[in-house]
Design a protein around this ligand. Structure first.
Ligand code: M6R
Length: 609
């Protein structure tokens, strides 16, 4: 949720910290702050609201001066997003400053204990407790104090810490929250996300839970949870800084929508060799697949919707029953999962706390775990038995787009791959369906081209409605779920997705004169059924904005407006149908003057439960 960064070297830390924070602002944007070591003292600057406020306060990083420091961009959990609760937090004696991503679950008990010892707290945060605890544990050894304090903490945290007695050192700690160490020449770094580091170095070390990093100007030492130095592999970041910049687009979201044909191609093409799907990245052998009698897809938000979409292709092609479960509910359901279950964990960030917890629960119950993840080296990728990387490049906008479509195509590829291994598809059908999957980048491009000009006009028409419905059946319903989430999260318009046939069981009571109903009609087998539902809502005054292909004359005749997509094989149609829905949400949000890349109350990576 929050983003943290640390730097030590021989140039001023503040500009580097602020630049890194600007690239991680999507992780949280309630407030931001930095602390810099300046001639044996710690200087802190923090500001409520967006990073621009901190930039102003520090004169774009000209202050405070010093060669080592830490920074933070916040998504508030404990205490209102004001200057006092902003990070960094400082110990009572002013010797330590700390930034934190995560939640310390037992902070209240420790706070009580430290208060009894005379510590005075100024903020409502759990983080300030850690700063005071480190002070309490300190006897002149920075590392020992950090390790002792951390051993008392429960919860999920990544910390960055500086100590005024150790001018060239920044400490980082990881426990169930992402943290990456960057290796430079004569300077070193850490951050929650590689996007903060990629303009400085491509050489990174992914920390594991329980590890500490002592980051110095002349090198980095990683320690395990009991303080023994550990050798860690150095990984190379595979993309350049341009990938994490807007490149002339007004918003990251629009750039990422437009990038989808290329992103989807990158997810598919390297996995097709000699007319076959080759999934080098996992060894789900035929024997293992035959052992599976159920697939459970678990995820949150849009990734959950990707699972809802992918389910149809997997069930249709493999005939293995698929359940799609919300990760936040999963572990409280006493799930029926065992060694004959394949769990597919879907997560763009690979760090979503609920999704990770669901993975751990599935593992505990004996399931085989396949993760579909975008961020290389993320926690979920490392915990899973098998990983399919999305290879979508960095996704910066809080509202996912290319993250979603690349998840979809990997689910499609998996479905066809498994069907072949299980002899559930003959060679002819296999080749035909593979051709359909390979044509998705072109069709997605076509869907973008067909709608780029018309949707801004539709957005002008519909942007001021208080509420919208999204309807569809089967695959179309799954896409409607994603379309309505996109609309809600960036335009703040109440938007509900309903299975079209379900409206008449209650929800149709909400349809009145002028209610917009977005009707997804891309599932060729169900066009007539959805057409009847369109007529039902129209009879009650709804304005229908249909999403279909040009050949679908019937629905075009009934609808008030139409968004077109190219006709696509039903089981893979969601990846194309979602494009106009993303554009509609984008342009409606734009017409409403919303902060599209950083919608209110949200953050990109949800690392709290
Ligand atoms: O990183 P993840 O895919 O695990 O994230 C899951 C959801 O938090 C995410 O999809 C969220 O719903 C997005 N804001 C949707 O645009």
């Amino acid at each position: 949720m929050c983003g943290i960064i640390g730097f030590t070297g021989s140039q001023n830390a503040a500009p580097i910290l602020l630049d890194g924070l600007s690239r991680m602002e999507y992780r949280g944007y309630d407030s931001a702050g930095i602390a810099v070591l300046n001639r044996g003292a710690i200087e802190v600057e923090k500001a409520q609201g967006r990073l621009t406020n901190l930039l102003e306060k520090t004169d774009n990083g000209k202050r405070p001066q010093g060669f080592a420091g830490i920074g933070h961009t916040r998504w508030a959990t404990h205490g209102a997003p004001n200057d006092i609760n902003s990070h960094p937090h400082v110990s009572g004696d002013g010797r330590f400053a700390i930034v934190h991503n995560g939640i310390i679950e037992n902070y209240a008990a420790i706070k009580e204990e430290l208060t009894a010892k005379g510590h005075v707290f100024v903020s409502e945060t759990d983080t300030e407790v850690a700063a005071h605890l480190i002070e309490e544990c300190y006897t002149g050894d920075f590392k020992a104090a950090v390790m002792k304090a951390v051993s008392r903490l429960e919860g999920a945290y990544a910390f960055g810490i500086i100590c005024s007695d150790f001018p060239g050192t920044v400490f980082a700690v990881r426990q169930a929250a992402p943290l990456i160490v960057g290796l430079g020449f004569g300077e070193n770094y850490f951050a929650s996300d590689v996007t903060a580091l990629v303009s400085y170095t491509k050489n990174v070390i992914y920390l594991d839970d329980g590890e500490f990093a002592e980051v110095r100007t002349d090198g980095v030492t990683i320690y395990d949870s009991i303080g023994r130095p550990v050798e860690k592999p150095v990984s190379k970041i595979a993309w350049s800084i341009e990938a994490a910049e807007k490149g002339g687009y007004e918003h990251f979201m629009l750039k990422e929508i437009v990038e989808q044909p290329a992103a989807v191609k990158e997810a598919i093409a390297p996995r097709i060799k000699g007319g076959e799907i080759v999934l080098d990245d996992f060894d789900l052998t035929e024997e293992k697949l035959r052992n599976i009698n159920k697939i459970v897809i678990t995820a949150c938000g849009s990734a959950y919707h990707a699972g809802c979409c992918g389910r149809y292709a997997i069930e249709k092609l493999t005939r293995i029953p698929v359940e799609v479960k919300l990760a936040s509910e999963f572990r409280y359901e006493d799930p029926i999962v065992d060694e004959h279950t394949l769990m597919i964990i879907v997560s763009q960030s690979g760090e979503t706390a609920d999704t990770k917890a669901a993975l751990e629960e599935g593992k505990r119950l004996g399931a085989e775990i396949l993760a579909i993840v975008n961020v290389v080296g993320s926690s979920i990728a490392r915990l899973a038995d098998h990983v399919l990387y999305e290879w979508a490049g960095p996704e910066i906008a809080v509202a996912t787009t290319k993250g979603f479509t690349t998840q979809l195509v990997l689910l499609y590829l998996f479905a066809l791959y498994a069907a072949k291994k299980l002899d559930r598809v003959d060679d002819f059908e296999y080749a035909r369906l593979l051709g359909e999957i390979c044509s998705l980048p072109k069709r997605i491009q076509n869907a973008i081209d067909l709608n780029m000009v018309s949707i801004p006009r539709l957005a002008e028409k519909y942007h001021d409605r208080g509420s919208m419905f999204f309807i569809g059946r089967n695959t179309d319903y799954a896409v409607a779920l994603e379309g309505s989430l996109k609309m809600k999260e960036i335009s703040y318009i109440h938007a509900e997705a309903y299975a079209a046939g379900e409206l008449k069981h209650g929800t149709i009571a909400l349809i009145e004169e002028g209610t917009p109903v977005v009707a997804v009609c891309c599932n060729e087998d169900l066009l007539e059924k959805t057409a009847s539902n369109i007529l039902e809502v129209k009879a009650r005054g709804a304005e229908v904005l249909a999403l279909s292909f040009r050949e679908n004359r019937d629905i075009i005749a009934h609808a008030d407006d139409v968004m077109f997509v190219p006709k696509t094989e039903t089981f893979f149609s969601e990846a194309v149908a979602v494009i106009p829905l993303q554009l509609l949400a984008y342009y409606v949000a734009k017409a409403n003057g919303c902060d599209i890349d950083k919608p209110r109350n949200l953050a990109k990576s949800v690392t709290v439960e």
